[in-house]
Design a protein around this ligand. Structure first.
Ligand SMILES: C[S@@+](CC[C@H](N)C(=O)[O-])C[C@H]1O[C@@H](n2cnc3c(N)ncnc32)[C@H](O)[C@@H]1O
Length: 229
């Protein structure tokens, strides 16, 4: 990995090492939006499950899972097993407490950064990526999407929920070492990764001072021939 990328990732690790393993910590002091966030995600997932080609409900992967907030309130209520991947091992340790009594539905805990993670092929019905992709470089994000494509079952779906900038530019946050991308940057990344966004929705009812948040449902290009956006 080049020096610049290494610094980008090291700074993010250092930032998260100082953050409390709480919902408020995961959400940068906006713990109070968690319920609205989960409701919006649940509504979006319902639309993903509509139609004959909908994914199964056996296994999901929560990427950049933190303490398991999304797994606890959303994914474990829908899927029989959920795996978590997260770069901060202490967050995953806390998840083991936080995810009681949902722990019976938890499969694997993977304490590893997404840029190094190689998920098992043909395993997941849904791969959920939320509020973590700004911590990956564009090239690593493309590679990660390609890797995750292979981890999907035939009807599987990748869901991305991320902040978007409104001015068409990438905004850099030196504090947590992340970027916030505009809509068009994600579309370019999806194209490079060979995934198609076949459904999208804006998160409603978030505080006005926050970035706009979008949810995207993605499928490998080859599986999308009959889909519309
Ligand atoms: C804003 S929090 C969101 C946590 C969770 N997705 C949620 O919405 O509750 C970002 C999480 O991404 C993790 N993270 C940052 N960079 C990462 C990377 N390169 N690979 C995996 N996880 C990463 C952080 O440790 C932190 O737990």
């Amino acid at each position: 990995m080049c020096e610049k990328n290494e610094e980008f990732y090291t700074k993010a690790k250092e930032y998260w090492a100082e953050i409390p393993a709480t919902v408020d910590g995961m959400l940068g002091g906006y713990g109070h939006v968690s319920q609205t966030d989960i409701q919006g995600s649940r509504h979006f997932l319902k639309t993903v499950f509509q139609g004959s080609d909908s994914p199964g409900t056996e296994t999901a992967l929560d990427c950049g899972a933190g303490i398991g907030r999304i797994t606890k309130h959303l994914l474990s209520t829908i899927f029989m097993k959920v795996d978590l991947v997260e770069q901060n091992a202490e967050f995953l340790e806390q998840a083991k407490d936080y995810l009681q009594p949902e722990i019976l539905k938890i499969g694997e805990f993977y304490p590893i950064s997404l840029q190094y993670f190689q998920p098992q092929e043909n395993k997941y019905d849904v791969v959920w990526m939320q509020w973590v992709l700004g911590h990956l470089t564009d090239d690593h994000l493309v590679d990660f999407l390609i890797t995750c494509k292979k981890s999907l079952k035939p009807k599987g779906v990748i869901v991305i929920k991320e902040n978007l900038t409104a001015n068409g530019e990438v905004e850099v946050d030196e504090c947590d070492s992340s970027v916030t991308r505009p809509y068009k940057a994600y579309m370019e990344i999806f194209q490079r990764a060979g995934v198609k966004c076949y459904r999208k929705q804006k998160q409603a009812h978030f505080p006005k001072e926050l970035f706009t948040v979008y949810m995207f449902a993605l499928r490998p290009n080859a599986n999308c021939d009959n889909d519309t956006q």
